[in-house]
Unconditional design. Structure first.
Length: 277
């Protein structure tokens, strides 16, 4: 990620949520300090969250670009043909316009991040709370025994308990990766998911659902399976894969900084075979 040293005063620039609104992008999901958006840098085809903004730290990450950063990093990605000075001018204009449309911005107090706690896991049922999500994601047809109905909860600041339910699978650190209509994340410690098989063949997937869709590929017979679960585990996956004679990468060929994922595999793991999802 490029670092832009020339920074204009924060009171002359909008925050990322304000900037996105000015650019015509509204969040499709708001979870405490995180705002989820559909595709911002590409064509929007559904309501899948692609870009996430952390309002507390005014930072972003886009899964289609495989990169993120602060306000200026976003601006340079959104307006790649503009100079830093031109971008600074645009940001000032947007901030002035936004200030006129809204009350003066006040310094926001840090918002308490929800502390989700695992309650229990059961075989998939037909809980109405996320039945539509299961059908939309084809999970009911694809699911194997590792996909569970995960129940979790949070205690709010008033001491009241709120319960939730999602489809999920366990990672190797004991955490539960959950996917629901309004929330995708990890309950507990983040980690990759490993399904042991052959000691010489490893297949790598970004998400468990991606593996389920390709599990009948002849290349996967007897192979060990490694699910990233989160993009930041790519480096760890490459180190793990270096111990296998044959590596099959089913990772999307997305941009990761200045390289695509296929380029990263060719550089770090030349013997890996990159396969499209």
């Amino acid at each position: 990620m490029t670092s832009y040293n020339k920074i204009i005063p924060s009171n002359e620039t909008p925050d990322l949520v304000t900037l996105l609104k000015a650019l015509g992008h509204e969040p499709i999901s708001i979870n405490s300090i995180e705002f989820g958006y559909a595709s911002v840098f590409g064509k929007r085809s559904n309501n899948k969250i692609v870009l996430t903004v952390n309002q507390q730290f005014n930072s972003w990450f886009d899964s289609s670009l495989r990169k993120g950063g602060k306000l200026m990093d976003f601006a340079h990605s959104y307006w790649p043909n503009l100079s830093t000075a031109q971008i600074e001018g645009k940001l000032r204009e947007i901030q002035v316009r936004s200030a006129k449309e809204n009350r003066p911005l006040r310094k926001r107090k840090a918002i308490r991040i929800p502390d989700y706690r695992f309650a229990s896991a059961h075989p998939l049922g037909y809980n109405n709370e996320f039945a539509d999500f299961l059908l939309e994601s084809d999970l009911l047809e694809l699911a194997d025994l590792n996909i569970q109905e995960v129940h979790y909860y949070v205690i709010d600041q008033k001491g009241k308990r709120k319960d939730f339910c999602a489809a999920g699978w366990q990672n190797e650190n004991g955490g539960w990766e959950v996917r629901a209509q309004k929330y995708s994340g990890c309950i507990g410690t983040k980690g990759m998911t490993f399904i042991p098989g052959s000691h010489s063949v490893l297949a790598i997937f970004p998400e468990y659902v991606d593996f389920l869709k390709r599990r009948n590929d002849e290349h996967l017979y007897y192979a060990s399976i490694l699910i990233l679960n989160h993009p930041e585990f790519l480096s760890a996956a490459l180190k793990r894969a270096s111990h296998f004679k044959k590596v099959l990468s089913y990772i999307d060929d997305m941009r990761l900084g200045y390289q695509s994922t296929s380029e990263v595999f060719k550089d770090k793991l030349p013997h890996a075979e990159v396969k499209p999802l």
